[in-house]
Structure formats: C-alpha cells, structure tokens
Write a protein of this length. Structure first.
Length: 250
C-alpha cells in the first residue's frame, strides 16, 4: 500500500490516478501521468527565491503560482499556468520593489504517449505556449515554448524514479533542461523526494538541487514543502503549497 500511495505522488499510472491525487508539484520534474478523464486539478504554491544581484540581493516571491489541469479526453489534459510575482532588491537595509504583478501566462497540454498495464515505465509529452502577457519587468515580451519528455519508472518497493528532458524557446534562443527526481515513501501519507535539475543556455550550465516532503491528507488533497539551492551558482528557494483534485460525479 505504501508503494502505491507514493508512486501516485511522483509517477503514478493514470489508471490508478482516478482514486488518488497525482501532482506535478512540488518538484521540478513533471510527472508522466495525466489527470483522470473529466476531472479538474488545482496545484498552488507560494515560494521565495534569493539570488545575488548588482547593487544588492534579489528576492523573487510567487504569491501564488497556480497550475490548472483539466482532462477532456482519455490520456490528454489541458493546462494553464498563472503566477503573481513580486521582485525586490535588498540593499543597505532597504527593500525596493523592482516589479510586481502577473508574469507571462502559459497554456498547454500533457499527452500520454506510452502506458501499459504491467509495464514499469510510463512516458508523456508536455508542451506549453508562453504568451507575452506579463507586467513590465515580469515578461519576456515575446512568445515562447516549453517542451518536456516526461518518463517514469517503478524501481521497487517504496521507491519511484521520474525524469524530464526538455528544450524551451525563449527570446529567440533555445534552452535545454533536465530534471531527475528520486522519491521514497516514508509511510502511507508522507513522502520524501530529492532531485538534481538544471538548464543549459548556450555554453552556460546552471545546476541546482532540491528536496521536499509531501503529505497526503485525503485521496484528493496533498500538502507540500520544499527547499532548493544552486550547485554551481548562488541561489536558494523555499516553497509551500497544496494540490486539490476534483473528480467527476459518476
């Protein structure tokens, strides 16, 4: 039972997700499962990110970031990402707001590519179009694209493995992305994960690492907390959030 419950957290098969919530947060690795047919899922988080900047430290806060997921066809979901941001610079004891408001909205889909009963591997494609809709200082001012191949494996009792390979388009250039999440069930409700992830933009490689906990309080409600840091660059973040699955009436 513990194996199944935690497997839902990271890379659950869609045939079982109709009974227990499966989320894409809080890790950077998107799961290979889609939400159940006819259902709606809201994943919401609040985060604070610190980075050094010229003239003072930069703090970015998501207040909140939301992912809305709805399935209208079996193995196919529509997705919308919406985020409210506040970016400030802290220097000499003062905190100056640099930008505040809505960031660029993302609209996309996740499509199940491979899923077979009895197989320990599952594959999906995730694609988002990024619309230049954000406030000044929070927008890329151009259309972009997020692309990910999402793969997961059942690797044994109480363990799960998921990883993404991606290629994003932003500001007329390509950025390669990767993430690898390893999950462990602590008990029937509590799960732990750790994850290296990063991106390659031209010749620059930014490598990071995060870890977190999830708490399943019902079959349709999950809480989470996570912390991440840069490995070859200065950055750290903390985040808390929740996810809610609304199943269709049958």
């Amino acid at each position: 039972m513990r194996t199944l419950l935690f497997f839902f957290f990271l890379c659950a098969p869609a045939w079982a997700a109709a009974q227990v919530i499966n989320t894409d947060r809080p890790d950077q690795t998107e799961s290979s499962a889609v939400v159940p047919l006819g259902s709606f899922q809201w994943e919401c988080g609040f985060s604070s990110t610190w980075q050094p900047g010229f003239g003072g430290n930069i703090r970015s806060m998501a207040l909140p970031n939301s992912l809305f997921r709805v399935s209208i066809l079996d193995g196919f979901e529509l997705r919308v990402v919406h985020q409210l941001d506040r970016i400030s610079q802290h220097s000499f004891g003062s905190d100056d707001v640099l930008a505040e408001g809505t960031s660029d909205v993302q609209i996309g889909t996740k499509i199940q590519l491979f899923q077979k009963e009895g197989s320990k591997t599952e594959i999906a494609y995730l694609g988002h179009a990024v619309a230049p809709s954000g406030e000044s200082g929070l927008s890329d001012y151009d259309w972009g694209m997020v692309n990910k191949l999402c793969i997961s494996h059942d690797v044994g009792p109480d363990w799960a493995l998921g990883y993404n390979l991606g290629y994003d388009l932003a500001n007329g250039r390509g950025v390669a992305t990767y993430a690898l999440a390893v999950g462990k069930a602590i008990n029937e409700k509590l799960g732990l994960y750790f994850e290296p992830y990063g991106e390659i933009d031209g010749g620059a490689h930014s490598a990071s690492f995060d870890a977190g906990l999830t708490l399943l309080t019902s079959n349709t409600w999950q809480w989470d907390i996570s912390y991440g840091t840069g490995l070859n660059h200065r950055m750290n973040y903390t985040a808390v959030g929740f996810s809610w699955l609304v199943l269709p009436n049958r």
